[in-house]
Design a binder for this molecule. Structure first.
Ligand code: PHE
Length: 349
């Protein structure tokens, strides 16, 4: 989704270089700075080849433009990707070298691109980047940052989920609902815990088998990854990587509400129509997942207190409610309405 497939380059600037220390391919993609400096996390992941990492950076940076615009932030969309080969072993030394490389790379943008953690990186890694550039968010709290943005991201997803539940089930309460959380990482884990605390019957899944014991230890039920997406449930929460909703899976889905933090959940925008056609309410990922960036920028740029920043994150629930009402009134989809909202703000800039 969100990859502009027109022959023209949709992005403002895309730079690829080989890390001088690590030898790894590094990509920094700036999709748009119409609203302000580009912001977007640094992803460290395995890809079949570097063009796959480039494609991911292009799609993720575009999603950040829409994420910031829909959230009302004066920031643009960017993303950095450290491409790890599927065969190479990620030793501590290689990791440190790659982080230093990307920090130096971010520095070359002189504040036009600001980074933070993403899949495969966390606050400690940001501290490594900080040695090379001041333009990095989410440093550990001992080092003056606000730490991991996973908690606020989960709070935003839960607010979006409650707004969705109100529309689909007539109540925000998750008590007694069956919820499948696909991806038991730092955000998925927090969402699962929040839902369980609210009285939901939570089933979780992850490609990493190690997570199974942890989940069971927390009293959560486990689903095998190949069954999770299509398990019968009230709510499905995609909380791992993107591309999980395509034309093939939509007919097999068995949850009337789909909302989660994974970026770029749809393989293309037409999937949103297929979901709506099946009567499934899908909350656009770039709206539901904005909590991390909303909280972090609020705290680290605007110096908001924790409580005020959390209130802003919870406002995602109101945005979702408005989008769902508008989609119903206009006989459109929540995605169509969310893109409209973002584009109105981008056009006004
Ligand atoms: N990884 C976050 C996202 O996908 C981006 C982020 C950047 C979060 C900077 C916090 C700070 O939205």
């Amino acid at each position: 989704m969100l990859l502009d497939r027109s022959p023209e380059l949709a992005h403002e600037q895309v730079t690829i270089r080989r890390g001088p220390r690590s030898g790894l391919p590094l990509v920094i993609a700036i999709h748009s700075r119409a609203l302000g400096p580009a912001v977007g996390g640094c992803r460290l992941r395995r890809y079949p080849d570097w063009p796959a990492g480039l494609t991911d950076a292009l799609r993720l940076s575009e999603a950040m433009t829409y994420k910031c615009a829909a959230a009302g932030l004066s920031f643009g969309g960017g993303k950095s990707v450290i491409v790890l080969d599927e065969r190479v072993e990620l030793t501590a030394a290689l990791r440190a070298a790659a982080l230093a490389d990307i920090g130096e790379f971010v520095a070359t943008f002189d504040g036009g691109y600001l980074t933070g953690p993403d899949v495969g990186t966390g606050p400690d890694d940001m501290a490594v980047l900080r040695r090379h550039t001041p333009h990095v968010f989410c440093l550990p709290e001992e080092q003056g940052g606000t730490g991991s943005s996973s908690g606020p991201t989960a709070i935003g997803v839960l607010a979006a989920l409650r707004a969705g539940a109100r529309q689909v089930f007539g109540t925000e309460s998750v008590a007694g609902r069956t919820v499948v959380v696909v991806g038991f990482g730092s955000v998925g884990g927090r969402i699962a815990a929040g839902l369980a605390a609210g009285g939901a019957h939570v089933l979780v899944s992850d490609v990493d088998r190690v997570k199974r014991e942890i989940a069971i230890g927390q009293g959560l039920a486990w689903l095998e990854p190949d069954q999770a997406m299509t398990a019968p449930a009230d709510i499905l929460v995609p909380a791992a990587i993107g591309g999980v909703l395509d034309a093939h899976i939509v007919p097999a889905l068995r949850a009337p509400l789909v909302v989660g933090p994974a970026n770029n959940q749809l393989t293309d925008d037409a999937v949103a129509d297929a979901l709506a056609g099946r009567g499934i309410t899908w909350i656009p990922d770039f709206v539901a997942s904005a909590g991390g960036v909303v909280y972090t920028l609020g705290r680290e740029i605007e110096a908001l207190t924790h409580d005020t920043a959390v209130k802003r994150v919870e406002d995602i629930g109101n945005t979702v409610r408005d989008l769902l009402v508008r989609a119903e009134t206009n006989r459109s989809t929540p995605l169509g309405e969310a893109l409209d909202l973002a584009r109105r703000r981008l056009d006004a800039a």
